[in-house]
Design a protein around this ligand. Structure first.
Ligand SMILES: Nc1ncnc2c1ncn2[C@@H]1O[C@H](COP(=O)(O)OP(=O)(O)O)[C@@H](O)[C@H]1O
Ligand SMILES: [Mg+2]
Length: 260
């Protein structure tokens, strides 16, 4: 058996965490273990809420868990790599897990976009990081691609601001059309990043997104529809419900500033 396949077969069943890194002959690798699926009732509740509010964009994407999500991740990595997206190299796949290579090239330290935005105090630095990631997402869309869970924690950035994408256990195209999958990427991305900008910084971010998406009318339309449908949350002072509420408020204000 090939060395990576052998390592995966030996290690997956002993690994406790769902993801862990190892070193194999000087190569850093990550083993993702087949995990349990999300509770079915939660999925049903979210589907029901999506229909009630008539916002297709919020349709929950099922995570089947186990071997199915492992196979899904391997296949999605291959198809994204084929259109030039920077994703991890798949070393071995089995029903028990997935072995992928660390995305960092040698001395390039990687961080989640989430963390880099959190620690960067300077607006220009945060805005540059934000724009770099947004440009990469748009490039993927121009190649008729889409991501899975395009949150800041699944976008990795290195010292030279190279952007990579990880975490593909789900495939939104199984429940949404391509245009909605792409709008959903913006939803995940903006929801997880907009709150890193202060109120006085938001106009610039808003203007940038309006420009970036001016030739992506479906994404703009779906995002702004979401902003209109849930605008009332800000009227009832959703920000008073804690950090998630604050995050929601800033996100909704950004959506409301989009011009369709
Ligand atoms: N190929 C990789 N290269 C570098 N870091 C990785 C890689 N895969 C996973 N990681 C690290 O592990 C974390 C969790 O991986 P992820 O695939 O997002 O799993 P989960 O489904 O648990 O969110 C990532 O945020 C990243 O820090
Ligand atoms: Mg993740």
């Amino acid at each position: 058996m090939e060395k990576y396949q052998l390592f995966l077969a030996k290690t997956a069943s002993q690994q406790i965490d769902s993801i862990q890194s190892y070193n194999i002959d000087g190569i850093k690798v990550w083993l993702k273990k087949a995990s349990k699926r999300h509770p079915k009732w939660l999925y049903m509740l979210a589907t029901w809420a999506t229909r009630l509010f008539n916002v297709q964009l919020l349709t929950p994407v099922p995570n089947y868990g186990g071997a199915a999500s492992i196979q899904c991740e391997a296949a999605r990595i291959e198809s994204l790599a084929a259109i030039g997206v920077h994703v991890p190299k798949v070393l071995a796949v089995s029903d028990q897990g997935l072995l992928i290579q660390d995305i960092a090239s040698d001395d390039h330290q990687l961080m989640q976009l989430d963390q880099t935005l959190a620690i960067a105090e300077d607006f220009n630095r945060r805005f540059t990081l934000f724009k770099k990631a947004a440009e990469e997402i748009k490039k993927i869309h121009l190649h008729n691609g889409y991501l899975s869970e395009a949150f800041g924690r699944n976008i990795l950035v290195d010292r030279d601001l190279n952007i990579s994408f990880i975490d593909f256990e789900t495939d939104p195209i199984t429940v949404l059309d391509l245009a909605t999958c792409q709008a959903r990427d913006w939803l995940c991305f903006l929801f997880s990043t907009a709150f890193r900008f202060q109120e006085h910084e938001r106009p610039q971010v808003e203007q940038y997104i309006n420009q970036l998406l001016h030739d992506q009318p479906t994404s703009l339309y779906q995002l702004s529809k979401l902003g209109r449908r849930f605008g009332w949350l800000n009227k009832v002072k959703v920000e008073k419900t804690g950090n998630d509420g604050k995050r929601m408020k800033i996100f909704l204000m950004l959506l409301q500033g989009l011009k369709v």
